[in-house]
Design a protein around this ligand. Structure first.
Ligand SMILES: [Zn+2]
Length: 352
C-alpha cells in the first residue's frame, strides 16, 4: 500500500501544511503522483476497473481536500475514514460535500451516482449538517454514505480490509488498521472475508460494508490474517523492531488522536507500520489536564513505546506538537523504539 501524507499540522493549518489527513492506496508506487492537480493528470481519465487502486482518505483535516487532488481525481475516491470529530480532522468534509454535490468537473463526475462511504464516530453527519444548515443532512447523505463507528468493527472497501477500535482521546475516537487483499496477502483476504456478510464479500470493488464485531474479534481477525500471509507485501523500510524473522506483516495502523492505550497496541500488533500521533511535547502531569484525567495525546516517547509493544517495523510520527521539531521528535522516539522511525511530511509517500 502507498500512504501519502496530505497534512500533519495541529491544531490548525499553516502555509504548506494542512491539518491531519492521509491518502492510502492499494498497490505499488503510483507513477502519476506529481506536483500539480490530479484534475489535469492522466489518472483522472478512464482506467480499467481491475487496474485502479482502492483509495481511502483518512481524516479530512482543514486543507487536505486540496492536497488530495494533487494525487487523485476526487471522483475516484473509494471511501473516507474519520478518526474523531475534532475540527482539525473533519472540517474539509464540509467543502468536499460541496464538491461532490455541485461540481461538474470531470474529476468529480467520475463518481456518478455512487455515494462515497464515510466511516466516522457517532453523530458525525448530524454535526456537519448542523453547521451547513437546517436542511443540509439530506444533501450530505446524497453524496456520502455514513457508517457510525461503535467499539470494534471492520469493513471491506475494494482491495482494503479495514478494522478499527476505540482509542483514548477524551471524545469518541478510533484507531484504524488496514490490510490489503490480493496476491500479496491471500490469507488476509480469506481470514477477513469470513467476518463479512457473504453478499458484501461478493460485491464489486469500491463497495464498502461494515459489520460490528465483538471487542476481541478485531485483533483476532487481524492476527489470523497476518499469520498466514506470505512474505510479499511487508513494509519496504528495514528496521529492528520486535518483528520476528519469518512473520511478515502486511497491515498498516493509524493511531488517530490518542493517549497511549492498549487498544492501539492491539490494533497494531500485526502491522508492519504504525502511523502515530505525537501531539504532546511534554505530557501533562500532576495538575491541569492530568488531574482531570485528560491525557489525550502521545509524546514522542509514548509513540515509541506503543510501537515497541506492538512490534511494528516502522514508526511514522505525525501530528507532532507545534513547538517540537520533527527531527527532535524522531530522536526522542528513538529512546523507546529500536525500529525505523520517520516523521510524516506533507506530500511524502511511504510504502507501508
Ligand atoms: Zn483530536
Amino acid at each position: 500500500m502507498q500512504l501519502t501524507v496530505l497534512g500533519t499540522s495541529a491544531p490548525f493549518p499553516v502555509p504548506g501544511n494542512a491539518c491531519s489527513g492521509y491518502l492510502l492506496r492499494s498497490g505499488g508506487p503510483v507513477a502519476s503522483d506529481a506536483a500539480g492537480s490530479a484534475l489535469s493528470l492522466p489518472m483522472a481519465g478512464p482506467v480499467a476497473p481491475d487496474a485502479r487502486p482502492t483509495s481511502l482518505w483518512i481524516d479530512a483535516g482543514t486543507g487536505t481536500f486540496a492536497e488530495l487532488q494533487r494525487h487523485l481525481a476526487p471522483g475516484d475516491l473509494d471511501a473516507i475514514f474519520v478518526s474523531h470529530r475534532h475540527a482539525d480532522h473533519t472540517a474539509d468534509l464540509l467543502v468536499a460535500s460541496y464538491a461532490y454535490r455541485f461540481s461538474t468537473a470531470p474529476a468529480l463526475a467520475a463518481r456518478g451516482s455512487r455515494r462515497i462511504p464515510v466511516f466516522g464516530p457517532e453523530g458525525l453527519a448530524e454535526r456537519l449538517a448542523e453547521y451547513l444548515g437546517p436542511t443540509a443532512l439530506a444533501g450530505l447523505e446524497s453524496v456520502f454514505e455514513f457508517t457510525e463507528l461503535h467499539g470494534w468493527g471492520e469493513a471491506r472497501v475494494g482491495d482494503l480490509d479495514l478494522s478499527w477500535g476505540p482509542v483514548s482521546h477524551g471524545v469518541p475516537a478510533f484507531g484504524l488498521t488496514v490490510v490489503e487483499r490480493g496476491a500479496s496477502a491471500p490469507a488476509a483476504a480469506a481470514a477477513t472475508a469470513a467476518a463479512v456478510p457473504a453478499a458484501a464479500a461478493a460485491s464489486a470493488s469500491a463497495t464498502a460494508t461494515a459489520a460490528a464485531v465483538p471487542a476481541a474479534a478485531a485483533p483476532a481477525s487481524a492476527s489470523a490474517a497476518a499469520d498466514g500471509a506470505p512474505g510479499a507485501g511487508a513494509a519496504a523500510a528495514s528496521g529492528t523492531g520486535g518483528v520476528a524473522a519469518g512473520t511478515p506483516r502486511t497491515a498498516f495502523t493509524y493511531s488517530g488522536d490518542t493517549a497511549p492505550c492498549i487498544s492501539l497496541v492491539e490494533l497494531a500488533e500485526e502491522s508492519a507500520t504504525l502511523l502515530c500521533e505525537a501531539g504532546y511535547d511534554v505530557a501533562p502531569s500532576g495538575s491541569g489536564e492530568a488531574a482531570s484525567g485528560e491525557y489525550v495525546h502521545c509524546t514522542p516517547e509514548d509513540a515509541g513505546r506503543q510501537a515497541t509493544e506492538a512490534g511494528v517495523r516502522m514508526l511514522v510520527l505525525t501530528h507532532i506538537a507545534e513547538n517540537l521539531a520533527p527531527a527532535a521528535a524522531v530522536a526522542r522516539a528513538r529512546t523507546t523504539f529500536a525500529g525505523d522511525i520517520r516523521a510524516a511530511k506533507s506530500g511524502a509517500t511511504f510504502t507501508v
